[in-house]
Design a protein around this ligand. Structure first.
Ligand SMILES: Cc1cc2nc3c(=O)[nH]c(=O)nc-3n(C[C@H](O)[C@H](O)[C@H](O)COP(=O)(O)OP(=O)(O)OC[C@H]3O[C@@H](n4cnc5c(N)ncnc54)[C@H](O)[C@@H]3O)c2cc1C
Length: 434
């Protein structure tokens, strides 16, 4: 029987038959409906949904298979959470080579979206650190994929949106750390051009860089924000560090969105001014640095029953400054953005996935409470700016881009589509391929 199936944005609402995969040695279940792997549902839109089809829930594939504490090479099942890898690896002096802004994603999900983190300029995407995986196809065949063996399947599956088959297990290369502490700096900046200067001046010496911008500010303050840069602490710090965060949670979905233009403006004002000086230094545990939102369980419910959309785009370097100013101006004028507008520079490294989203340039990500056609019209206007600038929108966050825009952003889509398993599909793919 079909049951409701949600992604993190809780839009769109779909139904699907859920099949739990718990044994990596078993073939896929029989049947006629289309399959889609489902990790931990931390994609925002419909790329992890398969309306009317089967969702292969992989969280039961959560076993560690091998870990070499001398080399940092880890093999685990694809439903293992990044949080579980951190629990295993950090005490032994290893860390994820690339991590998104939540640790509650699976290895399979991180591969299928070729996720990026705050260190893209140094370390590229998650896929750069995947040494091997097994791909199970609907005809029962299994393929070992590496950069040299079945290399085309390796490239199609990294960033392949779960459409090439089920990844059962994977081998990753972790990176060395001295301990769980981060040495961080936060710089307040007054306008967008300062963000570009701070980024350029930080890339050589800082492994992690990211900025928050106040998308409600207009006029001379357009694009003001806080720029954060950090490195892993080389040893146990002498100053007293900020400990790991305690978790709170949003127990219920409020009947209406708690996020409107007034709350947005007030929060952004408060956040921008909460740092007293122009520069703040801190030593902190890695959790509040990498995963501030994980401290509030179920925060996605604050957007109410209609859910929300995230919009993340990237614009190439030459066009980035003007395009970002235009995007922020449109968002500020519409008053429809969220608390969390994140700005980051991607580095020059080419992504290993055929359909990966990250590419050189500047990326902007923010949430929009879903208010029906008004929100969709606003995001279409942002698409016009991104397309004109030669950029792209991130499928992992998307629930509404048109097929025409998708094919423009990802011209390699046709070459990729030859690797799609004939039994696999998703709500996202059916929307953009037509
Ligand atoms: C708070 C928050 C912050 C985030 N920050 C970032 C960020 O900084 N950078 C970034 O890149 N992303 C970010 N994301 C998005 C998130 O990292 C990705 O959407 C990720 O892919 C979700 O993984 P998941 O395990 O939840 O998979 P799901 O969302 O369930 O699925 C994602 C895709 O993976 C496929 N898939 C899952 N398991 C397998 C498998 N075993 N085999 C084949 N395909 C599979 C699915 O079919 C689907 O296409 C963030 C999300 C949240 C909620």
């Amino acid at each position: 029987m079909d049951s409701p199936a949600d992604s993190w944005g809780r839009y769109p609402r779909t139904t699907a038959r859920v099949v739990r995969v718990t044994d990596r040695h078993q073939p896929l279940p029989p049947g006629d409906a289309s399959y889609l792997p489902y990790g931990n549902g931390r994609s925002y839109g419909d790329s992890c949904l398969n309306d009317g089809g089967v969702l292969l829930h992989t969280r039961g594939l959560d076993r560690f298979i091998a870990f070499d504490p001398a080399t940092g090479e880890l093999t685990c099942e694809a439903g293992t959470l990044l949080a579980d890898i951190l629990d295993l690896a950090v005490p032994q002096g290893w860390f994820l080579p690339v991590t998104p802004g939540t640790r509650f994603v699976t290895v399979g999900g991180a591969i299928a979206n070729d996720v990026h983190g705050k260190n893209h300029h140094r370390s590229g995407t998650f896929g750069h650190h995947v040494r091997a995986f097994e791909l199970l196809r609907s005809d029962g065949s299994r393929m070992r994929c590496t950069a040299d063996e079945n290399a085309d399947w390796f490239a199609a599956t990294i960033g392949g949106l779960g459409l090439t088959g089920l990844v059962t297990h994977a081998t990753l290369q972790l990176r060395r750390i001295a301990g769980p502490w981060m040495v961080t700096e936060s710089h307040r900046f007054g306008e967008l051009s300062e963000f570009f200067a701070l980024s350029a001046g930080s890339e050589a010496d800082y492994e992690y860089t990211v900025a928050w911008i106040d998308c409600a500010a207009t006029g001379a303050s357009l694009g003001r924000g806080l720029f954060s840069r950090a490195n892993h602490a080389p040893s146990r710090p002498s100053a007293r560090p900020t400990p790991a965060t305690r978790r709170l949670s949003v127990p219920l979905t409020p009947p209406v969105s708690m996020i409107g233009p007034l709350t947005l403006r007030a929060f952004n004002q408060f956040y921008y001014h909460r740092q007293h000086g122009k520069v703040a230094h801190a030593v902190t545990h890695y959790e509040p640095f990498f995963y501030p939102l994980d401290a509030i369980g179920g925060w996605n419910r604050l957007y109410g029953p209609r859910g929300f959309l995230q919009y993340q785009c990237v614009v190439p370097p030459g066009a980035a400054m003007d395009a970002m100013a235009t995007l922020v101006r449109i968002i500020a004028a519409a008053g429809g953005g969220s608390f969390l507008a994140v700005l980051k520079q991607f580095g020059e490294q080419l992504s290993p996935g055929m359909l990966s989203f990250p590419r050189p340039g500047t990326t902007l990500a923010l949430d929009f409470p879903f208010r029906g056609p008004t929100t969709l019209d606003l995001l279409n206007r942002l698409d016009d700016v991104v397309a004109e600038a030669g950029g792209a929108v991130y499928p992992a966050k998307d629930a509404r881009m048109s097929g025409t825009r998708f094919r423009q952003y990802f011209p390699q889509w046709e070459a990729f589509s030859r690797y799609i398993d004939p039994r696999f599909s998703s709500s996202f793919w059916r929307r953009v391929e037509s």
